[in-house]
Design a protein around this ligand. Structure first.
Ligand SMILES: *[C@@H]1O[C@H](CO)[C@@H](O)[C@H](O)[C@H]1NC(C)=O
Ligand SMILES: *[C@@H]1O[C@H](CO)[C@@H](O)[C@H](O)[C@H]1NC(C)=O
Ligand SMILES: *[C@@H]1O[C@H](CO)[C@@H](O)[C@H](O)[C@H]1NC(C)=O
Ligand SMILES: *[C@@H]1O[C@H](CO)[C@@H](O)[C@H](O)[C@H]1NC(C)=O
Ligand SMILES: *[C@@H]1O[C@H](CO)[C@@H](O)[C@H](O)[C@H]1NC(C)=O
Ligand SMILES: *[C@@H]1O[C@H](CO)[C@@H](O)[C@H](O)[C@H]1NC(C)=O
Ligand SMILES: *[C@@H]1O[C@H](CO)[C@@H](O)[C@H](O)[C@H]1NC(C)=O
Length: 358
C-alpha cells in the first residue's frame, strides 16, 4: 500500500513540477520552459557589441544600434562577437572585441563584455543565453577561459556530456535553469580543452548557411560551414543545430564590406522578398523544423523578434523591453567629428593592411 502510494506520488510529482515551472516564463514565455534547447528558435544579435550609435560616431563597422544589455532586455538570446588580440597588451587586456581589426572598432575586452552579460543574467535568473565567439586570432581555450573566469560568468556555464559527439537530446531550458547552467558558449573554432570544458567548439555542434550575402535574393538554407557538410541532407543527418545567418553586407570603399543598414527593415521583416520571416519558413521547409538560431544585424528593425516568436508559437511574451523599430537618428551636433574620425581610422587601417601585404 505504502509502496503504491509512493509510486503514485512519484508519478504525480513530475507533473506537478512541470505545471509549477510552466507558470514562470523561461526566455520570455512559459511555453518554452519544457522545450529542449535545440527545439527553440533563439534570436541572435550578430556582432552584438559592435555598435553603430552615438558612442562610436555611428561607425560603419557597427552591426547593431543598441548595446548587448538592451538587446537582452528586448529578447535577444544569442550574442555573437569577434575576439582579436590587441597588440601591445598583456594579461586580461589582451583579448579585445574588435571588428576585423582593432583599428576599425574596439569595444573593449572580452572579459568586460562578459561581465555585462553576467550582470544581466544575474538580474534575470530564468533566462538561458548563448554566447558565440569568433576566435579570430586563435586565443587558446585557456586564454579565453581566463576572460570567462575574470568576469565570473564561467560559474553558470553549461558543460556538454561530450565535447565531440552531438547529444541525442539537449536539456530543456528549465533543466538548464534549475541546474544553474544557463550560459551556453560556442567558439569558432577551438580544440576542446578539458580544463575549460564549457567552451564548446561551434562546428562540432552547429552548422551555418552562408553569411556572405549582398542581395535579398542571395540567402540559402544549405550548409556552408563546417565544410564537411555539403548538402542539406548531410546537415540534417549530422544532428547539429542550424544557425541561420540572415543579414546583408554592402560592399563599399576599397571593397570593404559593411553591414547594410538602409535595407535592415526589409531584411528583418516578417514577409516579403529577402525577409527573415520568409527565410525561416523556407528553411523550415528544407529541414522540417525551424532553425535553432537566427543571426541578425540591427535586430530591432523588422522587428526580427516577431518572426522568432512566430517560429516558437509564442504569442504573449512577457518581461521584454522592446526598442524602436525605426532607424536610430544621429545627433549631428556631436556626431560629425566622430564620423570623420572613424573614416580616418578606416583609411589608416587600409593603408596599414596594404603596407603589410607589400
Ligand atoms: C519540440 O517542440 C514542439 C513544439 O514546437 C513540441 O511539441 C515538442 O514536444 C518539442 N520536443 C522537445 C524534445 O522539446
Ligand atoms: C546600454 O545602453 C543603454 C541605453 O542607451 C544605457 O542606458 C546603458 O548604460 C548601456 N549599458 C551598457 C552596459 O553599456
Ligand atoms: C599586430 O601584431 C601582429 C602579430 O604579431 C602583426 O602581424 C601586426 O602587424 C601587428 N599590428 C600592428 C598594428 O602593430
Ligand atoms: C560594459 O558595460 C560598461 C558599463 O558598465 C560599458 O562602459 C561598456 O561599454 C560595456 N561593454 C560592452 C562591450 O558592452
Ligand atoms: C544537472 O546537474 C547534474 C549534476 O551535476 C547532472 O548530472 C545533470 O546531467 C545536469 N542536467 C543537465 C540538464 O545539465
Ligand atoms: C542594401 O541592399 C539593398 C538591396 O540589395 C541595395 O539596394 C542597397 O543599395 C544596399 N545598400 C547599400 C548601402 O549598399
Ligand atoms: C523600409 O524603410 C523604407 C525607408 O524608410 C520604407 O520606404 C519601406 O517602406 C520600409 N519597408 C518595410 C518593409 O518596412
Amino acid at each position: 500500500m505504502f509502496l503504491r502510494n509512493l509510486l503514485q506520488a512519484s508519478a504525480i510529482l513530475p507533473f506537478l513540477y512541470a505545471t509549477s515551472s510552466a507558470q514562470t516564463a523561461c526566455n520570455n514565455s512559459p511555453l518554452l520552459c519544457n522545450r529542449a534547447y535545440n527545439n527553440i528558435t533563439h534570436l541572435g544579435a550578430h556582432d552584438s557589441p559592435f555598435l553603430r550609435d552615438q558612442t562610436t560616431g555611428f561607425s560603419t563597422s557597427g552591426n547593431q544600434n543598441y548595446n548587448s544589455t538592451v538587446q537582452l532586455d528586448a529578447g535577444v538570446r544569442l550574442l555573437s562577437a569577434q575576439v582579436h588580440k590587441k597588440n601591445g597588451t598583456t594579461g586580461e587586456d589582451m583579448w579585445h572585441l574588435c571588428h576585423s581589426s582593432c583599428d576599425l572598432l574596439d569595444m573593449g575586452t572580452l572579459a568586460n563584455w562578459l561581465r555585462n552579460i553576467s550582470t544581466w543574467m544575474n538580474n534575470n535568473p530564468n533566462e538561458v543565453v548563448t554566447v558565440l565567439i569568433v576566435d579570430s586570432d586563435d586565443a587558446t581555450p585557456a586564454q579565453l577561459g581566463a576572460q570567462f573566469e575574470a568576469s565570473g560568468i564561467d560559474k553558470i556555464a553549461y558543460t556538454p556530456p561530450s565535447t565531440e559527439t552531438v547529444p541525442k537530446t539537449w536539456p530543456t531550458l528549465q533543466s538548464l535553469i534549475s541546474n544553474g547552467t544557463r550560459l551556453m558558449t560556442f567558439v569558432a573554432s577551438i580544440t576542446a580543452d578539458p580544463a575549460v570544458p564549457y567552451l564548446m567548439d561551434e562546428f562540432s555542434f552547429i552548422f551555418e548557411n552562408d553569411f556572405e550575402n549582398e542581395s535579398p535574393t542571395d540567402y540559402k538554407c544549405t550548409p556552408n560551414r563546417p565544410s564537411a557538410l555539403k548538402t542539406a541532407e548531410q546537415a540534417a543527418d549530422s544532428g547539429k543545430m542550424f544557425l541561420m545567418n540572415h543579414f546583408l553586407y554592402s560592399s563599399g570603399l576599397f571593397g570593404i564590406q559593411t553591414p547594410n543598414e538602409t535595407y535592415a527593415n526589409i531584411t528583418n521583416a516578417q514577409t516579403g522578398l529577402g525577409s527573415l520571416g520568409t527565410a525561416i519558413k523556407t528553411c523550415t521547409g528544407v529541414y522540417s523544423k525551424p532553425p535553432t538560431f537566427v543571426l541578425t544585424d540591427f535586430f530591432n528593425r523588422g522587428p526580427a523578434m516577431a518572426s522568432v516568436d512566430d517560429a516558437n508559437g509564442v504569442t504573449s511574451a512577457t518581461g521584454r523591453t522592446p526598442v524602436s523599430t525605426e532607424p536610430l537618428e544621429e545627433d549631428t551636433t556631436s556626431g560629425v567629428m566622430k564620423r570623420q574620425g572613424n573614416i580616418f581610422a578606416v583609411v589608416v587601417a587600409v593603408v596599414a593592411a596594404v603596407a603589410f601585404s607589400i
